[in-house]
Ligand binder design. Sequence first.
Ligand code: G4P
Length: 534
Amino acid sequence: MTEENLSFLEEVRRRRTFAIISHPDAGKTTLTEKLLLYGGAIRLAGSVKSRRAQNHAVSDWMEIEKQRGISVTSSVLQFDYNGCCINILDTPGHQDFSEDTYRTLMAADSAVMVIDSAKGIESQTKKLFQVCKMRGIPIFTFINKMDRSGKDPFELIEELEQVLGIRSFPMNWPIGSGRDFKGVYDRQKMQIELFGEGNHGQSKTNTVKGKIDDDKFKDLLGENLHRQLTDDIELLDVAGDNFVLEEVLDGNLTPVFFGSALTNFGVEPFLEDFLNLTTPPTPRESNFGEINPETDNFTGFIFKIQANMNPTHRDRIAFLRICSGIFKKGMTVNHVQENKKVRLSQPQQFLAQDRVVVETAYPGDIIGIHDPGIFRIGDSLCEDNSKTKYQGIPLFAPEHFSKVYTKNALKRKQFIKGINQLSEEGTIQVYKRPNIGVEELIVGVVGALQFEVLEYRLKNEYGVDILMEQMPFRHIRWIEMDNFDPSNFNITMDTMIVEDQDSKPVLLFANEWSIERVKERNKNVELNEISFRK
Ligand code: G4P
């Protein structure tokens, strides 16, 4: 094996690529910042600009927009910790962007779920968890804000099972809570870790470690807390689930950690165990079966496209997850879907707070490539001529539909350009009625907030004011059929036949009842709730 090969394998094996999910305000931003702090990527906490605006719903869209320049650099972050190269993917907290979350999770190898210890499992945690479940990736739980009085840890563990339906294994157990949160007990090392005073979480916390039966801990904790800890551990050992790594990797068992991102308590024990347990990049499914990340042929797929990140440049970036081989700046690769060669110049990587031009990147890494309008979400790239295509990224069923027009007919060209770009980014889906001129465009979105994004971005990025006319539809089904003939299709009065951007036939329904009637009347036709692009 040549030296280059060896270092390539080492590089792959030290990669850890994961997404952090949480209900807004549970502490995702704070935890991310603390991971950067422990990774040495920032020196003092508080230096990463807050992305909190992302979490606040409709009225704050303007704010979100202002923050977008910041959020892109933090939407993928890379840093080193203990020999591992970590790639963190950010996911939007708002439910209206759950499609975006799904796409981001396609690029991740595992997920960290942050839970507020006082609130337990919140609505958005539930939805995001379901998305992780669909992906079948390992999920790690960080129960945050232990420095505040919260729910009983046993109750939180039970909630994971009751509300999310996932078994859990506490990797550590909190010692005290609220003002008395003193440390954690590591169940595998059978060791107590007490946290020092710290400086309000600005820098790393000092710790005192030792065995539970060491007399010094009885003094440090006090008789009562020490006894309670011993009892809790005994109960967990007897009544809790067993730790089985395969179950974790299959997404059936979640390792749980307790801590406080704000004060840094428990951040380091979490990071160390998590990096040991989660996997380096794993083989991914393609049209040729599983592709091993350690193979030479460079391959990857695009999971996110973001245009106009920087208003002065009007650039468009496609986010590429590298799946195998080595990426080298300036390399020419095959764009499998379009059957064309493209040169990847100016690739960018996102290091802590900076965007830098990347020279070399490895499986597990995410790079941003300049997109002159040729990429679509789900596209595959590969170095050789094998035409390796990764499993596509599905289109989810929109639940809100509107007809969209430009107010000013003279702006029609910009209007169409904007609509097409936002559709390629996955912000909206666009449909047309067959045999009706291009004057009428129907837009579908999964979350209503996306209509605001559409209106705002068309105005700000394309100078187009629009009118939207809400339509009564709530459901969509794709018709999987070659040579579909609408005239032979029997639908209800309140159903509409349209075509999506790939000219696939689609049905829009006002209610579930109509779906059932149409199914009954057209028994030989398959109706699908999600669709894969070509
Ligand atoms: P998010 O990204 O998941 O939305 O949450 P974020 O980190 O922005 O945290 C939301 C709020 O919770 C922030 O308070 C943050 O300081 C606080 N927080 C995060 N982790 C902890 C923790 O471990 N303990 C405690 N007590 N609080 C925590 P804020 O008041 O909105 O902002 P700020 O004024 O503190 O900056």
